[in-house]
Design a protein around this ligand. Structure first.
Ligand SMILES: [Zn+2]
Length: 614
């Protein structure tokens, strides 16, 4: 399925922040009510519901269910958790019953359908005839069903559930049939509405089955508004809804990977380049009020409380995984690390496990969290998945090469080589990682990532205590080709330094990093209204008082070259720094710490830089 990827069960997380997040997330998942998640699927299939529908985000009922299925599959694959397995198998049985019932109860349009979109009958029976009225007045039907497509695919891929594959392919056939009478023009008109990664789904069906009809469908579901511009290197993203676009690009890249089509490859690559280089904040996220701002409006990131949305980063990481498969360049793993560490990890509350929707960059604002069974947001759905796949990208392989992409404590079972390998590290709290071959012996090339955040010449590698010489520079991979044997030990030392990064297009707002870690400062806990969101439609937006931006602490500096020297490491507390009052325009010393650890608090991540006292 994914040629460079190890099974989740073959990469075991060891103690650290990612394992903590994964384990907590399993507990969170088990608090949800599977029958309530399934209720809309039964209802639309004409079967009796076993529990009441979730009331929140009505109209998009069922979207979280697909994510939930993906999450159960991933966590079962990673940990062997039997409750996850049983819930997943129960859901698949119920979904199969729904699919069968749809064929019987809705012969006109429902053969193979396994969706839960409210009022499915009106939407799909009309869409089939080219009448999009009900489709357009509903809340993003293809987006909704895309989540269940992905859930079924994941239950097959991660958890090897063959029934899920069967339901998935029949559901794909439904998707082809329901659109078979639509002209190309009608298809493109239909794709003007958010539709998730439907093109990726059909590409995956092609990969699974080998049947070309799915590849044809993948192209038919590719939105030319984005494909044509991105493939020609034109960024037309201004004012577009961000998370509508990212999954389309993910599908472009997947089609390119499986078909070799260069137009799709150009589109996937350019989309990633322009979003990560021109449109992303320090923690890897993008969008304000869910949209990509035009260049002239980037100051909105400072003013707006609806900062980057978690779903976007979830999907950007998926696109990054796909791109890395055809081009294993360190720029992709650098972005992956930055976003996984500073955004994705930060979007889970480390105690109650709630998920975050928006991460505002507005100084002295805050984030709100979901509660189980209440806030059925899109970012709850993608959040359910996020913390179950931290082990997916730590290692990848290409033939006889093993890529060490991420510095996360873990054990890898490379079954094909009969190699067991252990990575011991307390990164990012320490500046090295140790790889130990704990079993087996085999010739292979170890590709070690030279992170972009290490200064040129600072990275050191030893094998069994002997220094390895290399000519590579930051943001590359260093290859070590040898016959590895049990007991071999590789020590990679990556000194971190402090750096700053400006808000895109807004040079007088800077964020601090230490190594890859975005630093933030807590600024207070006043009026954290809705901190744990209720069931209301807009509960995902932190609606407490907006403290005046122009009264937020700012840094006085006349020479930006020495700005990193203004922050002072706190002894024996890795990644903690003091921002002394002497460089601030008012107030006391402030403490900088990893942003991903800041919760239940107002914070600053972008600092206004005052020059000449202004
Ligand atoms: Zn979202």
């Amino acid at each position: 399925m994914y040629s460079n990827t190890f099974s989740l069960k073959d990469v075991v997380l060891l103690d650290g922040p990612f394992k903590h997040a994964r384990d907590l997330n399993i507990q969170t998942l088990l608090k949800y009510d599977t029958d309530r998640l399934l209720a809309t699927y039964l209802k639309e299939a004409g079967l009796p519901e076993k529990a009441s529908l979730y009331p929140n985000w009505e109209g998009l009922d069922g979207h979280v269910t697909g994510h939930y299925l993906s999450a159960l599959a991933m966590n079962y694959a990673s940990t062997g958790n039997q409750e996850c397995k049983e819930l997943m198998e129960y859901m698949i049985l119920e979904l199969k019953a729904c699919q069968d019932a749809n064929g019987i109860n809705h012969p006109e349009w429902g053969e193979g359908y396994a969706g839960g979109v409210p009022d499915s009958e009106t939407i799909w029976s009309n869409l089939r005839k080219g009448n999009f009225d009900a489709y357009r007045s509903a809340w993003v039907p293809w987006y909704n069903v895309h989540k269940m497509y992905a859930g079924l695919r994941d239950a097959w891929y991660y958890a090897e559930n063959e029934d899920a594959k069967d339901i998935f392919l029949k559901f794909c056939d439904w998707g082809i049939n329901i659109t078979s009478d639509l002209t190309e023009e009608q298809m493109q008109s239909m794709l003007d509405t958010e539709h998730g990664g439907m093109n990726e789904i059909f590409a995956d069906a092609y990969r699974i089955s080998g049947d070309e009809k799915y590849l044809t469908a993948a192209r038919r579901f590719s939105h030319r508004m984005l494909l044509d511009t991105m493939s020609s290197g034109t960024d037309n993203l201004d004012n577009k809804h961000a998370n509508t676009q990212v999954p389309k690009a993910t599908g472009f890249q997947r089609i390119a990977e499986l078909s070799g089509d260069s137009k799709y490859a150009d589109a996937g690559r350019f989309f990633w380049e322009t979003v990560t280089k021109n449109r992303s904040l320090a923690f890897g996220g993008n969008s304000r009020r869910e949209h990509f701002p035009p260049e002239s409006e980037y100051i909105d990131f400072i003013n707006e409380v609806q900062g980057p949305e978690s779903c976007n980063s979830h999907n950007m990481l998926r696109l990054t995984e796909h791109l890395f498969r055809t081009d294993p360049s360190a720029k992709y793993s650098d972005y992956y690390e930055r976003t996984m560490l500073n955004h994705i990890l930060s979007t889970q509350h480390p105690e109650h496990g709630g998920y975050v929707y928006f991460t505002p960059a507005r100084p002295r604002h805050y984030r709100v969290y979901s509660a189980p069974n209440e806030a059925m947001w899109c970012c709850v759905g993608s959040g359910m998945e996020n913390h179950g796949k931290y082990n997916q990208f730590i290692y990848t392989h290409v033939r006889d090469s093993l890529f060490l992409n991420l510095f996360v404590a873990s054990e890898l079972n490379w079954a094909k080589k009969d190699i067991l390998l252990r990575q011991e590290t307390n990164f990012p709290y320490e500046e090295f990682t140790r790889l130990i071959i704990t079993k087996g012996s085999s010739q292979f090339v170890l590709m070690i990532r030279y992170p972009s955040w290490v200064k040129d010449g600072d990275l050191k590698i030893t094998v069994n205590g002997n220094p390895v010489s290399f000519n590579e520079h930051p943001s590359s991979y260093i290859s070590i080709d040898r016959k590895w044997k049990e007991g071999d030990e590789v020590l990679v030392t990556f000194p971190m330094h402090t750096s700053v990064e400006q808000l895109p297009n807004i040079p007088d707002y800077l964020a601090f990093f230490h190594g890859p870690v975005l630093l933030g400062a807590k600024t207070g806990t006043e009026d954290l209204k809705g901190l744990i969101a209720d069931d209301s439609r807009w509960g995902h937006i932190a609606s407490g008082e907006r403290l005046p931006v122009d009264e937020a602490p700012a840094i006085i500096n006349t020479n930006k070259n020495d700005i990193t020297e203004m922050i002072i490491p706190v002894q024996d507390k890795p990644l903690i720094f003091t921002l002394p009052s002497s460089v601030l325009n008012s107030g006391d010393d402030m403490i900088l710490e990893p942003f991903y650890r800041i919760h239940d608090s107002r914070y600053i991540i972008y600092w206004k830089i005052l020059t000449n006292g202004k």
